[in-house]
Design a protein around this ligand. Structure first.
Ligand code: NAD
Length: 468
């Protein structure tokens, strides 16, 4: 029996089948997760539907319980963080921080007001816009930030009065199962169910007729499948999908200032970030110095097991992704790319790939044109800024982008030309509850973050009273 259990109807459950979970630093299985049976999924959704009927009624009780859950989670951060490092690969301090940030997020949603509007209140009548929960939410997460992404769905969904069935990625189910166990020590039974299993479990969950809203984070290909499934009975859906974020450096940029910021914007979490910088456009005059500066940082960065305190970048999370990154790298080299740092898997056990800096790559090379989702950064020169903007926009993706310059007004003007949900100036990956986060084009549908996330879990309900 697995020590990691699902949370179904307030009970901790294992299953007759289980899935091995591999530590990417050793490429060996180290634990297993229950493989949720169809009957268990049915029980989880039925329990969530029952719990919804009471949970939706008492906003004050929800706030108190979510605050208590945040405190419980914070106390468990070291334990869950360690599990996260073992299954995901990231350095332990970052994994523990991910859990602490999730607790902080839960706390901040516990205090967030639920919108309520009165747009007319006079002798003729009163129009009130009430915001109501949808019902049972299916939350589906990927393997790069399992806890933070789960919480970005759970906290607003639960505050809004929905109940939730959460399914993590089969590569990283364990920390999320622990999250479910901890939160279920505080929440009423059935309000939060956590089930683990393969991709087919995600498909069954999204197709379930008692799910009213799907909140999905993952790849574009799966996101499109989820949208098709949702269309059958017009389930509400929020999709946070992939990106191929460009960074455009302007001629007045300070190379020494920009290089370390660009490096960490590209390589944090070993590049496995939906809105990592995935390609950089640099004016010819700055090209050589910037490539040299970024490559220098890459060569001095420590790659290793996330449990080693010296490690700055962990392994790639799973074998298929490791193979994809290795193949994109090999393909770029076959096409004549120059390697300034890294350029080969590290070898030995584990899915280790060093931070790799490439130049002499064409715009249509897959490492530039596709989402690599790994520690490889192609750097491309440009002559005219208009041309760089056009190349940055020439993709189906539109998640994030950034402009790097000393002249902030000019940078903000260039930012207006970029087709993406967010454009940062002199930073990247800077998410904040003060701004919505969502993708343009194929990078997503709907908004996350702060009050925009809360609104995405609420149905507007108009009460229009005639007083004449
Ligand atoms: P994925 O699409 O393979 O899987 C994501 C989740 O969907 C997993 O839990 C998986 O089991 C489940 N799933 C698979 N098939 C399903 C189906 N038919 N129906 C329902 N669920 C199904 O993605 P991944 O490889 O785990 O994650 C990497 C991708 O996620 C990258 O493209 C990355 O850019 C993206 N991502 C986006 C954001 C964002 O906020 N925009 C954040 C993190 C990751």
């Amino acid at each position: 029996m697995s020590e990691f259990t699902m949370s179904i109807d307030g009970e901790q459950q294992s299953s007759s089948q289980s899935l091995p979970v591999i530590n990417p630093a050793t490429a060996e299985p180290f634990a297993s997760a229950p493989d949720c049976s169809p009957a268990q999924l049915e029980a989880a959704v039925a329990s969530a539907l029952r719990a919804f009927k009471t949970w939706r009624r008492d906003e004050a009780a929800r706030r108190t319980l979510l605050q208590a859950a945040a405190e419980r989670l914070r106390a468990k951060a070291p334990e869950i963080g360690r599990t996260l490092t073992l299954e995901q690969g990231k350095p332990l301090a970052q994994a523990t921080n991910e859990v602490m940030n999730a607790a902080a997020q839960l706390e901040s949603y516990a205090r967030m007001p639920i919108p309520h509007e009165v747009t007319q209140d006079d002798a003729k009548g009163r129009i009130e816009i009430v915001h109501r929960p949808f019902g049972v939410v299916a939350a589906i997460t990927p393997w790069n930030f399992p806890i933070l992404i789960a919480m970005s769905k759970l906290a607003p969904a639960l505050l809004a009065g929905n109940s939730v069935v959460l399914k993590p990625s089969p590569y990283t189910p364990l920390a999320t199962l622990q999250l479910g166990t901890v939160l279920n020590q505080v929440l009423p039974k059935g309000v939060l169910n956590v089930v683990s299993g393969g991709n087919e479990l995600g498909a069954a969950l999204t197709a379930h007729p008692d799910i009213s809203k799907i909140s999905f984070t993952g790849s574009v290909a799966t996101g499109k499948r989820v949208a098709q499934t949702a269309a059958t009975d017009l389930k509400r859906v929020t999709l946070e999908l992939g990106g191929n974020d460009p960074a455009i450096v302007l001629e007045d940029a300070d190379v020494a200032h920009v290089a370390p910021r660009l490096f960490w914007s590209a390589f944090f979490n070993s590049g496995q970030v939906c809105l990592a910088v995935k390609r950089v456009y640099v004016p010819e005059a700055l090209f050589q110095p910037l490539v040299a500066a970024i490559a220098h940082i890459a060569r001095s960065t420590v790659v290793g097991d996330g449990l080693d305190p010296k490690t700055q970048l962990g392994p790639i999370n799973n074998r298929p992704q490791f193979e994809r990154v290795s193949e994109l790298n090999a393909d770029a080299k076959r096409r004549g790319a120059s390697v300034h740092a890294g350029g080969e898997p590290l070898g030995g056990q584990g899915y280790f790939f060093p931070p790799t800096v490439l130049t002499d790559v064409g715009d249509d090379t897959p490492i530039v044109a596709e989402e690599q989702f790994g520690p490889i950064l192609p750097i491309l020169p440009y002559k005219h800024l208009d041309d760089a903007v056009e190349r940055a926009n020439a993709t189906h993706f539109g998640l994030g982008a950034s402009i790097w310059a000393r002249d902030l007004e000019r940078a903000a003007q260039v930012a207006r030309e970029i087709d993406s949900g967010t454009v940062w100036v002199n930073q990247h990956v800077a998410l904040t509850a003060k701004a919505p986060f969502g993708g343009a084009k194929w990078s997503g549908l709907g908004l996350a973050s702060g009050r925009w996330a809360l609104e995405s879990f609420l149905q507007k309900h108009v009460i229009n009273v005639n007083r004449t």
